[in-house]
Design a protein around this ligand. Structure first.
Ligand code: GRG
Length: 301
């Protein structure tokens, strides 16, 4: 169904605004943690101070709002926690033992700015701090346990870590559509699913709403990753803030490699449309999330 003209929303501009709220939550947490070892604190400030889009954190807060929870303190904690886990994954992904990259978010990668050992420990520190944040800052134990479970499942050895392992192995074996779907679902889409579900849980959603938003998150996450694959073959390093063309150079199993750019674009659009369909139960309130699903395919970084 066509949205009425009065409802035009620039989802990427909204994301810019919402990133500020996520950044404030992250900064507040770091400021309160007085005993973080000084070199690790500098590394945290470096990586969390870099201009990430804060998409997963923003999604937590928007999904909390769409179920009527406003932006609760629980949602802010969950948004900060998922951005910490996401940032850890980028730090480790950039290490020489993994994708070996020098540039991230337009800056030197963590191991370049500090050293490898510090980057490994900064990643470890952010991963564990994320769970401490959920355990300590979420209002009710019942909600905290559920949020912790969601994040652990999405990030762990059945989720992002599994995707990363398969991604690295596939550089040597190659693979087709089934493998690329597995990698992208595990490595990226499950974290988006987690962000959407966590926002709903933090907002006190009914199970049907959590299910709908989980479906939305998974589809949006997969579409986002396909768009990321396309950007890797089409955008400049200035636009991306990271090194383009690396997927092909490293023999990565990506959507464009497996099915070409045009079919990848169509696959991403189909997933975005399915994500939009999953929001039907929210009616007009789901407008921003619907626009986001479409806008993520047109982004330049
Ligand atoms: C090391 C366990 C482990 C996992 C690494 C996230 C990841 C898995 C690898 C990074 C490389 C990559 C292409 C991952 C796919 C997900 C993705 C597109 C990450 C970048 O997300 P953005 O664009 O990053 O949201 P910003 O910088 O905006 O936060």
């Amino acid at each position: 169904m066509q949205e009425p003209k009065t409802s035009q929303i620039d989802a990427m501009a909204e994301l810019g605004g919402r990133a500020g709220l996520v950044n404030a939550a992250l900064a507040g947490i770091l400021a309160e943690k007085r005993e973080i070892e000084p070199r690790l604190r500098r590394a945290f400030e470096y990586v969390l101070g870099s201009p990430g889009k804060r998409l997963r954190g923003a999604l937590v807060t928007w999904c909390c709002e769409v179920v009527g929870g406003g932006v609760s303190e629980d949602a802010k904690a969950a948004a900060a926690a998922i951005e910490m886990v996401h940032t850890y994954s980028l730090i480790h992904d950039d290490l020489p033992a993994m994708d070996d990259d020098d540039l991230r978010r337009g800056r030197a990668t963590c191991h370049r700015a500090f050293d490898e050992a510090t980057a490994i420990l900064a990643g470890d520190g952010l991963l564990t701090l994320a769970f401490e944040v959920l355990a300590q800052r979420v209002s009710e134990p019942r909600i905290a346990v559920r949020l912790i479970g969601e994040l652990a499942r999405a990030a762990g050895p059945e989720g992002m870590v599994a995707g990363q392992m398969a991604d690295l192995l596939a550089e040597k074996t190659g693979g087709g559509k089934q493998l690329v779907n597995y990698i992208h679902t595990k490595k990226t889409a499950k974290m988006f699913r987690c962000a959407a579900a966590s926002g709903a849980i933090a907002g006190g959603a009914e199970e049907s709403q959590i299910k709908a938003l989980s479906e939305y998150g998974l589809k949006v996450g997969l579409a986002f990753q396909i768009a990321d694959d396309i950007l890797d073959v089409s955008a400049s390093s200035e636009a991306l803030g990271k090194t383009p063309g690396k997927d092909a150079a490293q023999g990565k199993v990506t959507y464009p490699a497996v099915m070409g750019v045009e079919a990848s674009q169509r696959a991403a659009e189909k997933l975005a449309a399915e994500a939009v369909d999953a929001l039907q139960i929210f009616g007009p309130e789901g407008r921003l999330l619907r626009e986001l699903a479409k806008a993520l395919l047109k982004r330049g970084k």
